[in-house]
Ligand binder design. Structure first.
Ligand code: FAD
Length: 286
């Protein structure tokens, strides 16, 4: 791996003991990639918010530098301050600050902070420089954004509020990422914008999630994946090769690192990693 290009890994809180055991196994395996840090999602995909804090502790006990995700939607300042106090007390030094999405049926109870930029400002006000703050970026635009220009301005607001790094939504089009980075640089944004990398293992799940989060699956890729039907092994093999090439192209063209959405599954991320010529040859990966 070249000097400054760092790997980070994202996990989600497990729902039961079996899932927790799988997470620990996966995390232990993936530590071979020597991630700069690992992150834990917050309230996403139906997981409970206390699940994040428990998972942070679990991963800290494995020796990881852990960055919890924190979303502000539906929360009060007092609730957010309590979470930040707890993380600070347990030695957390990095937070991924997000707006989040209101669960359906929660009506208009959006809480006291309405955008991630306000959460970043709140974290700075609460804890000064204690936390390194990462935010989300959307090379293919956030699904609720009215224009690409407005979305970039809103991204810039998060940086102005004190974000020091960004992780992108996943994408399958390398040019969309570099176009976004170029536009951000032209707007004066200089923080690292690390591409989020989603392994492909299950087409139905990927298609559903991509529709929700606004990631475009190009027509040719959709057709290739649907062609495999229920042949999961072929989807995994094709997916690993394709995402491996995409990741390599990102690194070759100067991305500051890669953030893997591991889905708590070591094998899919390892299969991509094995193809990266930039991996540190001193790292023994099975
Ligand atoms: P924001 O940056 O606040 O932007 C949200 C929308 O509001 C955008 O369309 C933006 O253009 C617009 N906007 C921003 N400011 C303004 C303004 N002042 N006026 C008008 N419009 C404005 N979700 C979870 O629930 N838990 C997680 O752990 C989680 N982790 C994530 C990790 C990554 C790396 C990414 C990319 C996403 C993650 N998400 C997570 C999803 C995220 O919460 C959603 O995409 C959410 O809809 C937006 O969050 P945000 O922080 O990008 O919001």
């Amino acid at each position: 791996m070249s000097g400054k290009q760092a790997i980070s890994l994202e996990f989600f809180p497990p729902r039961d003991i079996a899932a927790q055991e799988k997470l620990v196994r996966s995390a232990k395996q993936l530590l071979a990639l020597q991630p700069e840090y690992v992150s834990v999602t917050f309230g996403a995909g139906g997981s409970t918010r206390s699940g994040t804090a428990d998972t942070v502790r679990l991963l800290q006990n494995l020796g990881c530098d852990v960055a919890p995700h924190l979303s502000c939607i539906g929360a009060t300042r007092a609730e957010l301050a309590e979470i930040l106090n707890n993380y600070r007390a347990q030695g957390v030094r990095r937070i991924v600050a997000l707006r989040g999405d209101l669960p359906s049926g929660m009506g208009g109870d959006a809480g006291e902070l309405h955008y991630a930029s306000e959460l970043v400002a709140f974290i700075r006000e609460h804890s000064a420089d204690w936390f390194q703050v990462e935010v989300a970026a959307y090379p293919e635009m956030h699904p609720q954004a009215l224009t690409a220009t407005a979305d970039l301005e809103h991204f810039n607001n998060k940086v102005q509020a004190g974000a020091q790094g960004a992780i992108t939504q996943y994408f399958f089009n390398v040019d969309a990422y570099f176009d976004f980075v170029d536009r951000a640089r032209a707007a004066g944004v200089s923080i690292p914008i690390v591409p989020g990398v989603m392994p492909i293992t299950n087409y139905t799940q990927l298609a559903r999630f991509s529709t929700m989060c606004g990631a475009e699956i190009p027509r040719w890729l959709r057709l290739r994946l649907t062609d495999f039907g229920d042949d999961r092994a072929s989807i995994r093999a094709f997916g690993a090769e394709f995402i491996g090439q995409l990741s390599q192209a990102l690194l070759d063209r100067g991305a500051p690192g890669l953030h893997f959405y591991t889905l708590n599954n070591a094998e899919a991320t390892m299969a991509i990693w094995r193809q990266l010529s930039l991996r540190d040859t001193s790292v023994a990966v099975a």
